[in-house]
Structures are given as C-alpha cells and as structure tokens.
Design a protein around this ligand. Structure first.
Ligand SMILES: NC(=O)c1ccc[n+]([C@@H]2O[C@H](COP(=O)([O-])OP(=O)(O)OC[C@H]3O[C@@H](n4cnc5c(N)ncnc54)[C@H](O)[C@@H]3O)[C@@H](O)[C@H]2O)c1
Length: 338
C-alpha cells in the first residue's frame, strides 16, 4: 500500500511526540523530512531514519515528496507555515493556536478554503479517552441537556519567562485548550465571557505582563454555563478534570495517575499524584488526533476539529483578555464582529 509521505516542521517538545508516533505507530505513514532551525535537531532525523533534514522549513514544504505537513514550530510561525504549505497543495496538521491575531487567523482560513487542502488543528484534548467518554455519554443522552460544565486545568509549573513573553498570555496559550473543551462539551455557541485573572505564583510572570491564576465563566446561547479554573503552578502536578452536569445526570473524570493504589495508616490515607505533565497525561490523545488526521487523508473526509474551532477559541481568549482588563462581561459578538 502507498504510504502517506509526511514532513514535520519543528522537532521540539510537540514535534518529537508526533515524530515518535508517526514513525513507530503508523504503518501507512512515512516521515520523509524534518525541518528545524537548530542544526542539532538533525539527530532526530538520524534516530528515526528520516532521510531529509532542512534548516529552512520552506525547503521542506517545497519538497515534492512531502504530501502532508505537521507544523510544530513556535506559535508566531504557524500562520506563515500553514499558508505556504496550503499554497503548495500540502495537507496540514498544525499545533494550536493558529495565531494570536484574529485578522491573521481569518486570512489563514481563507487561504485554506481557497486551496481546498485538508486542515486540522491540534486541539488534542478532544481525543483524550477520558473526555471522549464524557462526550459519548452526552451523545447517548445520559447527561441530558448540559447545564454546567466545570473544567479544572492547572499546570505543575510555569514555562520559562522567555516563553511567557512570546506566548500571547495565559488565556491564548494555555486556556485556549479549555475554551475548546467547553465548546466540545456543549452543543451551543458561546455568548458571553467573564474573566478574573491574578499573578499569584511568581512575580516574574507579572513583570512579563501575564497572569498565572484565573477563573473564567462562559455562558452559551442555550443558557448553559461553564467555569474554567487555571493555574500555572499546582504543587501536586498536572490537574486536568472535567465535569458536565445536565438535566439527566452528571459525568466527570478524575486525574490520571501512574497507578491507582491507595494506602492507609493511623495518620490518614494517601495515593499517587496525577501524571506530571502533558507529555505523559495526554500521550494517547496525541496518537488519537494524528490517527484522525491520517484517516481523513486516507478516506478524503474533513477532520473533526479545524480552523473554525481555532478561530472561535482565539476569539474567546481575546474576549477573556478584554473582560479581565475592563472588569466586565464581554459578549463574544463584540470580538467576532469587530
Ligand atoms: N497540544 C499541546 O498539548 C501542546 C503542548 C505544548 C505546545 N503546543 C504548541 O506546539 C507548538 C510548539 O511548542 P513546543 O512546546 O513543542 O515548542 P519547542 O520550543 O519545544 O519546539 C519548537 C521547535 O521549533 C523549532 N523552530 C523554530 N523556528 C523554526 C522554523 N522556522 N522552522 C523549523 N523549526 C523551527 C525550534 O528550534 C524548536 O525545536 C506551540 O505552538 C505550542 O503552543 C501544544
């Protein structure tokens, strides 16, 4: 069978996860090229038997052997990478977010539309088995009409200040996953956003102009309400929980732990801490999302999560920034129709 020939742009944390999955778990796929500005990243090409290594990602995109491009470069390069790849007729999987500007995202989406390529955005949490189970219980009608969605999403520790400075801020970098999760769990458009954010864990984050702790409330057109609570630093590890309460019941998930033991003695009880960070916690979701993308290429179907989802979640993030700044409820239409 003919294999799908893939090129990967950027082999940092995310690029290495996708490289490993594509090389070891996808018999229908061949990674034919890797691009990274760091010369030492060539070692990944050598390690996985990938023949071509390009320092310039446009050379990878122009390579006629490459049919699909997996973009794992830093966020500020995604838009250029997507548009260049689309114009070259390559199918595209891109890590979130597409860009930090709504105007640029709209431009990218028009290029994707014009060129007719397949485009998938890496909102991997939709492909996490825990959250998929909640969604399937909703689909089966067991939760009834979703009324309250509660999302807890806390990192074990903040990224380096250099990353914070170019990340676009916590709402666009981190909470964007939670905005997408809230949308995934409700079948109704977001209407209003109210956000409160503080700098409580590390003053350096505040000096860099960002927050590290927040609570955001979303209301939906159908009346449902979602709350998201975030922190860049949870001393006990990566805290990733979702609960959906509806007219017929409630569905939720606990954190994943390395084992499910418990221990009791005369002082109390203990158990293992949550899996430490995204590379462990979401490892199955990264495989599942890539399977979705590859299946769509094979069956010529549209990926379940794409550009429009990226655009809406970015708009919610921008609304959250405005809400926090002006201490008021922001209607999503204020951002989308601006
Ligand atoms: N879905 C998720 O769970 C998740 C988790 C982390 C990061 N991300 C996203 O993935 C993207 C990458 O994040 P990361 O944590 O892997 O970053 P990273 O810094 O670890 O890796 C980025 C890589 O891209 C390379 N690079 C930079 N400019 C390049 C260019 N012009 N051409 C080719 N390579 C280039 C860098 O040298 C580096 O190796 C970001 O957009 C981030 O938001 C997603």
């Amino acid at each position: 069978m003919k294999k799908i020939k893939v090129g990967i742009i950027g082999v940092g944390r995310m690029g290495q996860i996708h490289l490993d999955n594509l090389c070891l778990k996808f018999p229908d796929v061949e990674v034919v090229a890797i691009s990274d500005v760091m010369e030492e990243s060539k070692k990944f090409a050598d390690q996985y038997g990938v023949n071509k290594f390009y320092k310039n990602c446009n050379d990878l995109i122009a390579d006629s052997e490459v049919e699909a491009v997996v973009i794992c470069s830093p966020t500020d390069q995604h838009a250029d990478n997507i548009m260049t790849a689309a114009r070259a007729g390559k199918e595209v999987f891109c890590e979130k977010p597409m860009d930090l500007s709504l105007e640029t995202v709209k431009k990218v989406l028009s290029v994707v539309e014009e060129t007719g390529i397949k485009f998938m955005l890496g909102f991997n949490r939709r492909f996490d088995p825990n959250f998929m189970k909640i969604r399937s219980l909703i689909d089966e009608g067991k939760v009834g009409e979703p009324q309250i969605v509660k999302i807890t999403s806390r990192d074990p520790g903040p990224p380096p200040i250099s990353y914070i400075k170019t990340s676009g801020g916590m709402f666009l970098d981190m909470t964007i996953h939670d905005f997408d999760m809230a949308r995934f769990m409700t079948d109704s458009p977001v209407k209003e956003v109210f956000a409160v954010g503080r700098n409580l864990t590390d003053p350096e984050i505040g000096k860099a102009g960002d927050i590290d702790t927040a609570v955001i409330t979303l209301t939906f057109e159908n009346g449902a309400i979602a709350t998201i609570d975030n922190c860049r630093k949870a001393v006990y590890g990566y805290d990733q929980r979702v609960e959906v309460f509806g007219s017929k019941g409630m569905a939720g998930t606990h954190n994943n732990t390395p084992d499910n033991h418990y221990y009791y003695d005369q002082n109390g009880q203990s158990a293992s801490l949550p899996l430490h960070f995204f590379m462990d916690r979401y490892i199955r979701s990264y495989y599942n999302e890539m399977k979705e993308f590859m299946d769509c290429l094979i069956t010529n179907t549209k990926p379940k999560v794409g550009g429009e989802d990226g655009l809406i979640s970015l708009a919610i993030g921008l609304a959250a920034n405005l809400s926090m700044k002006e201490n008021r409820v922001v209607r999503l239409s204020e951002i989308l129709n601006d």
